[in-house]
Ligand binder design. Structure first.
Ligand code: BG6
Length: 462
């Protein structure tokens, strides 16, 4: 047993998003997910959609009370573009939505919790998707208008802003691997989507700084560190390419202000470069983030290609590497994701050594488990010891990275309360607090009691 003590002012929190918790009461319009659910409900686990979710829209006071009770010192959620804005072109706001977000943010602050407010969590308005979504530069500019409106409305109190959650996901889910609307598979278009998102991010950062409302701004990236099958040159090369496509292509522009040369070269050689202007590259160069949010769930294991690439097949990231199914890897069987806590250390050291040791935090990490009801005891509490162990394990490796100088200032679990998980709906539960879908009743899990202790003492034993 050892004691893991964290730096003073380390923040203990949780993350969620508007579309996954609020429910759609009183919304001005729908996002791609709400539209997709209405048109193809069978694509969602048990046909359960985002209509009610946790009903945070009506129950935010109760939720904030629970956040306080479990000792959270910070909390991330997102504003929904489709709730706040009535007219995307003029950026006219819905006063009912402004009131809701004001009340919600004030409630969080009054509870002594620092709000981290994100502006986009996969929820492209369907109207704007129909006008090109992230492929359209016009939509990029409308996003910047919306972001600026948020800074103006809430920037007097919100001091931690986030432009995007996992900007690579709409590109890969919507335009490559078909797990997100509009379910297209076209690498070149996916690259345009990813690139335009980075432009939107940088322009929003620029506007944030011009408005001088104070505070700091970030982007949340889901890093999937690449590991080669072996130290063989070809495996190492495969790993470098995967890392370039999935991690550095976002990390480098937001921290260093430029795109990695090897990735640009690869895109150029394969006729995949997006449409860009010199002016856009300038905005990216001049607007690095203040701090970084890292969602870490799993690594990416790769090897050199073992099969000939069919020259007639459409080009995909996997044209350049194969996935490696590492024998003996630990898995979360419910989500199908590898569990590799030691990677936390590598993330920390990578940021220290290759990204200016920028201040950063774990903006998401967590474990989705199906059928948690079986762990509910006679007092109604879910005994999620596996989640406590999961978090402890990850934190010990993070702790080592911090001890060795990495500038990490916080940890957010995904998520505060069991919430709607896109196509997986409510299948896997992630929260410190459980949600009874039938009654809406909230109950703190054992992990919620545990995190309170950790937050109060800033340490734990393992
Ligand atoms: C993150 C997202 O990638 O993972 C969340 O930011 C998501 O929105 C979470 O819910 C867990 O993944 P999933 O697919 O199990 O909900």
């Amino acid at each position: 047993m050892a004691i893991y003590k964290f730096p003073e002012n380390f923040t203990w929190g949780a993350a969620t998003s508007g579309p996954q918790t609020e429910g759609w009461s009183d919304k001005s319009s729908f996002s791609i997910y709400e539209h997709w659910f209405q048109t193809e409900p069978e694509k969602f686990h048990n046909g359960v959609g985002p209509a009610v979710n946790c009903d945070t829209y009506r129950k935010y006071k109760e939720d904030v009370k629970l956040m306080k009770e479990i000792g959270l010192t910070s909390f991330r959620t997102s504003i929904q573009w489709t709730r706040l804005i009535k007219n995307f072109d003029t950026c006219e706001v819905d006063p009912v939505a402004v009131e809701f977000y004001n009340n919600y943010i004030n409630e969080i602050i009054d509870a002594g919790i620092e709000p981290y407010i994100n502006l986009f969590h996969f929820d492209m308005p369907i109207e704007l998707q129909n006008r090109g979504g992230w492929e359209s530069k016009e939509v990029v500019d409308l996003y910047v208008k919306y972001a600026s409106k948020c800074f103006e409305l809430f920037g007097d109190r919100v001091k931690k802003w986030c432009t995007f959650n996992e900007p690579i996901v709409p590109a890969e889910g919507g335009y490559l691997y078909k797990f997100m609307y509009p379910n297209i598979s076209d690498f070149k278009r996916a690259i345009q989507v990813g690139y335009n998102t980075i432009v939107a991010h940088a322009k929003a950062v620029e506007s944030f700084r011009k408005l001088k409302t104070g505070g700091e701004i970030t982007i949340v990236l889901n890093l999937t560190p690449s590991y080669p099958r072996s130290e063989d040159k070809k495996d190492l090369e495969a790993s470098r390419i995967a890392d370039g496509i999935f991690n550095r292509s976002f990390l480098d522009p937001v921290v260093h202000g430029n795109f990695p040369e090897d990735v640009v070269e690869l895109l150029k050689n394969n006729d995949l470069l997006p449409e860009y202007t010199e002016e856009e590259l300038e905005v990216i160069k001049n607007n690095p983030i203040d701090f970084l949010g890292v969602n870490y769930y799993q690594p990416r294991r790769v090897k050199a290609k073992e099969t000939e690439v069919d020259p007639n097949a459409p080009i995909m990231p996997e044209t350049f590497f194969d996935y490696y199914d590492m024998p003996g890897k630990r898995m979360n069987p419910y989500r199908g994701w590898e569990i590799a806590p030691q990677v936390m250390y590598d993330v920390a050291i990578n940021i220290r050594d290759n990204y200016n040791n920028i201040p950063w935090y774990i903006s998401e990490n967590g474990m989705g488990v199906e059928g948690e009801e079986r762990f509910r005891d006679e007092n109604g509490v879910i005994n999620d010891d596996y989640r406590i162990d999961f978090v402890k394990e990850h934190l010990t490796h993070l702790h080592k990275g911090i001890e060795e100088g990495s500038n990490c200032f916080g940890y957010h679990l995904w998520t505060f309360i069991d919430c709607w998980s896109w196509a997986n709906s409510f299948k896997n539960r992630y929260g410190f607090v459980s949600l009874d879908l039938e009654t809406g009743k909230r109950t703190i899990k054992k992990s919620g009691r545990w995190i309170r202790e950790v937050s109060e003492t800033n340490q734990f034993e393992y």
